[in-house]
Write a protein that binds this ligand. Sequence first.
Ligand SMILES: Cc1cc2nc3c(=O)[nH]c(=O)nc-3n(C[C@H](O)[C@H](O)[C@H](O)COP(=O)(O)OP(=O)(O)OC[C@H]3O[C@@H](n4cnc5c(N)ncnc54)[C@H](O)[C@@H]3O)c2cc1C
Length: 317
Amino acid sequence: MSVLVLIDHDRGAVSDVARQAVTLGRSVAAAVGVPLRAVVIGPEPVAVDGVESVWHVTHPLLDDYAPGGWGEALAQLVSRESPTAVVAPGTDRGNEVLAHSAARLDLPMAANVTQVETGGDVWALQRVRWGGSLLERADLEAPIRLISAAPHAFAPAGIGGSAPVEEFTPDLDESHVIDRVVERVTIQEGTTLATARVVVSGGRGVGSAEGFAPLEELAALLDGAVGCSRVATNNGWRPHSDQVGQTGTRVAPDVYIACGISGAIQHWVGMMASKHVIAINTDPEAPMVTKADYAVIGDVAEVVPAIVAEIRRRRSA
Ligand SMILES: Cc1cc2nc3c(=O)[nH]c(=O)nc-3n(C[C@H](O)[C@H](O)[C@H](O)COP(=O)(O)OP(=O)(O)OC[C@H]3O[C@@H](n4cnc5c(N)ncnc54)[C@H](O)[C@@H]3O)c2cc1C
């Protein structure tokens, strides 16, 4: 028996949350009296401090991140090792990989856990839900407990130990790696969505990808960045990297201009730290309008170009 801890890394660079997950894994392993073993997936092993051994999982199809492939590989290792628990970091990757493994193993998974009380068949957990706005007490009963560690709930463990490394080669084919990293692009330098002092954000009310042109213009004039709601990303109008909210980027600019965004809670949690909110919306009852510091009731397609024209007029005066 053992506890496994999945090490989230990007080509060998271990995330802080993965090191925090090692700390949780260590306390769970100590509580149930079994060794802690790390699982490192990818071409190169990563040295991890404070574990009994490292499973190094390699396969030609796992030369870069592939959530389904990592999930299948972890599931195969779990089937072989029958651990008491598997702890993953509560990062996008950690949760994604563990969810794939859980589905393949037909096991429940508890994400973003902040406390674990072992003992008996039922483990009592505390975990973060709803974008950090709720702490939940949950009971987890399963032959193998799959848990991800909430970010920043545990002190990070060290990296660089000399634990023995054992090799594991899963049985994979192309069907397991439908999603995988095939290209890496350099992140835009200068003003980014997360750091911009002004964010001009668009939602369903913008109407189309082309409808974002005036928002781009306004953002450029204000040295800001363009954001969007999930409807805009779901419709393919903007990339996911522009999405603000629970499942997107969290922003805290001086000014957040919400154009045609209703203000659903999942969007609001991503921008509620903004110092000033301006809503542009046709609906005076929209939550974004009622919560905003200032609101313009009108059509985005008319109001935003009018603001752009006024800024240009004043700057040239
Ligand atoms: C688990 C989960 C996670 C989620 N995560 C996110 C997230 O990270 N980010 C996110 O944004 N959403 C997220 N959502 C989706 C969220 O619940 C809402 O569905 C979404 O935010 C709505 O986007 P919207 O405001 O653009 O669209 P809508 O809610 O449809 O609102 C459109 C608004 O535009 C206004 N409007 C329409 N036409 C015009 C016009 N011509 N001019 C001006 N105004 C106009 C309308 O009055 C309305 O207020 C999540 C949902 C779930 C279940």
